[in-house]
Write a protein that binds this ligand. Structure first.
Ligand SMILES: NC(=O)c1ccc[n+]([C@@H]2O[C@H](COP(=O)([O-])OP(=O)(O)OC[C@H]3O[C@@H](n4cnc5c(N)ncnc54)[C@H](OP(=O)(O)O)[C@@H]3O)[C@@H](O)[C@H]2O)c1
Length: 240
């Protein structure tokens, strides 16, 4: 039996992949949940924008977290999307609904499933949502993304408080990583200004060479697990 367990939703690329690769727990079992699957770890290949996948993740949590006899568990929720970028009311309704389901609903539903399973384990458990400055800042073209990030932040605040009320074993955080060099930033820079008026700002940030590297962000996220933070804290790595 391994002493630690790491589960990453969205571990197949970018920040999530960085988190799996930078895992400082040398004995950890690592599980990715994404459509493509992360190399070098256990994979649960699912489309998290499809609600029929959520009970399958909950079953995995019950089996792996609920029955876990090791010391510590971390669940990082990184799965998120900007797609489709464009103004609300002007986009394909089915694509818009997928974005709402992935960005707003999945962090809450899967988060609750994790808490349910963690309550049966003796391990120290962490739930880290990868948030965004878009939870506070308004960007035309990102309505479902901005709203989803705001929802996930507030869910973490509330569920963190509830863990304190119950003396629960899970510590929750939501952490905005800054502007990070991943596929998501490539998608932003490739968007026409008509769909995303701020595109020039992100092109300038890239050309200025100031995007953060996923590996660096991943190390900073892992370090927060040992920090003395309020349960349900919402923070931005750029403020650290
Ligand atoms: N990059 C930035 O500047 C930045 C800034 C603020 C916040 N963030 C947040 O960081 C998190 C990770 O993004 P990233 O920048 O690392 O982008 P990324 O490289 O595009 O990674 C996105 C991850 O989410 C997964 N994902 C997307 N749609 C999914 C679906 N329908 N079902 C299952 N998994 C899905 C992807 O896996 P599959 O495609 O294999 O399914 C992938 O592993 C996101 O929540 C994002 O909002 C990023």
């Amino acid at each position: 039996m391994s002493g630690s367990l790491v589960i990453v939703a969205g571990g197949s690329s970018g920040i999530g992949r960085g988190l799996l690769e930078a895992c400082p727990w040398s004995d950890a079992r690592r599980i990715d949940v994404s459509r493509r699957g992360a190399q070098g770890c256990e994979q649960l290949k699912l489309d998290l924008a499809n609600p029929t996948s959520w009970p399958l993740v909950a079953e995995m949590f019950e089996r792996e977290v609920g029955g876990f006899a090791g010391e510590r568990v971390a669940f990082f929720h990184c799965a998120g999307t900007l797609t489709p970028i464009g103004f609300a009311g002007e986009m394909d309704p089915a694509a818009y609904a997928r974005s709402v389901l992935l960005n707003s609903a999945a962090p809450q539903v899967l988060g609750a499933a994790f808490l349910r399973a963690a309550a049966r384990s003796e391990a120290r458990c962490h739930l880290v949502n990868v948030g965004s400055g878009a939870a506070k800042n308004v960007y035309a073209g990102w309505s479902a993304y901005c709203a989803g990030k705001a929802a996930a932040d507030h869910w973490v605040r509330t569920a963190g408080l509830e863990q304190e009320c119950r003396g629960g074993r899970v510590r929750l955080l939501s952490v905005a990583p800054g502007v990070v060099a991943t596929a998501m930033q490539e998608e932003i820079r490739a968007t026409p200004e008509g769909d995303f008026p701020d595109v020039g700002t992100f092109v300038d940030l890239h050309e200025g060479g100031i995007l953060r590297q996923p590996a660096v962000v991943a190390r900073e996220l892992w370090a927060l697990l040992d920090a003395d933070l309020e349960n349900g804290a919402v923070l931005d790595l750029r403020d650290a």
